[in-house]
Ligand binder design. Structure first.
Ligand SMILES: [Zn+2]
Length: 281
């Protein structure tokens, strides 16, 4: 899993004006080390984001966390560092760390469910999130629902960190922190919907206690985090299509059955005066 992580981070977690080539630079710069930058970054994280700092503290290898930090765009870089560290901690502990503390065990039985790549059929093949989480060259999430849930969780941590670090936001960059969580929420909803319609074994399995509880917890966390970001300017670029999908009741029914209640629609993220998003296209 770690092997694919930096790739995902470079593509999705860096402000839009920063090109993928800068990711190479980022890794280089971090390897070279920047003590003053890293000290400042950790202090800012501790000051603004107790949750993000807890993830930093949980990491045995602090230098690995700081690989993603060069202090060029500290809000984005720390959010990425937390996201990638959540993946590492998840592998180490065989459990998803939660934003509010604690963790929930990974439900290994979901690895036997139908592969998430099968939901890519009706989606835009040019969409970067589709390519990288569901596409043929994508991350482990394309073939194993347990890793799709891992991404859902990591993007909740990612966005939550970005929200707390708003005081450090660079306003000369359009950031896309909400896009990732909105995309992964729509993928999970689509997966459950397809299970209900065409995958009876997976649909039955999703209702077993452990998968169901895990999805309830991770979805609730994602819902809360996404909603908290809706009023923030310059926080999304392509999130409206994903949010619109989540808010469409016919897409949400199957997940609602699993959750025991209808998923909440983060309607504020679709409000016309939300300056943070581009119109749906
Ligand atoms: Zn990830």
């Amino acid at each position: 899993m770690r092997g694919v992580v930096p790739f995902a981070a470079c593509l999705f977690s860096v402000a839009v004006l920063v090109t993928a080539s800068v990711c190479t630079h980022t890794a280089f710069a971090a390897t070279r080390g920047d003590g003053a930058c890293h000290s400042r970054a950790v202090a800012e994280l501790q000051r603004h984001s107790p949750h993000g700092y807890a993830i930093y503290q949980a990491m045995h290898d602090k230098n690995l966390f700081l690989t993603w930090v060069t202090c060029d765009d500290i809000q984005t870089e720390l959010s990425t560092a937390v996201h990638e560290s959540v993946h590492i901690l998840t592998e180490e502990k065989d459990a998803y760390p939660l934003v509010d503390g604690g963790s929930i065990p990974r439900p290994h039985e979901v690895s036997h469910f139908f592969p998430p790549r099968e939901i890519a059929g009706g989606l835009n093949a040019d969409d970067a999130y589709v390519q990288n989480y569901l596409g043929p060259n994508g991350a482990s999430s394309k073939s194993d629902f347990m890793y799709l849930l891992d991404e859902l969780n990591a993007y909740s941590h990612d966005l939550e960190t970005a929200i707390t670090l708003v005081p450090l936001q660079r306003h000369d960059l359009q950031i896309d922190r909400r896009d990732g969580l909105a995309a992964l929420m729509s993928f999970v909803m689509r997966y459950v919907d397809k299970a209900e319609k065409t995958q009876p074994a997976t649909w039955r399995g999703l209702h077993d206690p452990e998968p169901r509880t895990t999805i309830r917890v991770l979805w609730s966390q994602a819902e809360k985090t996404l909603a908290a970001s809706c009023g923030l300017p310059e926080f999304g670029m392509h999130d409206r299509d994903y949010v619109a999908y989540i808010c469409d009741k016919k897409n949400a029914d199957a997940l609602g059955d699993l959750l025991g209640h209808a998923p909440a629609c983060p309607a504020a993220c679709l409000a016309p005066d939300t300056a943070s998003s581009t119109p749906a296209h």
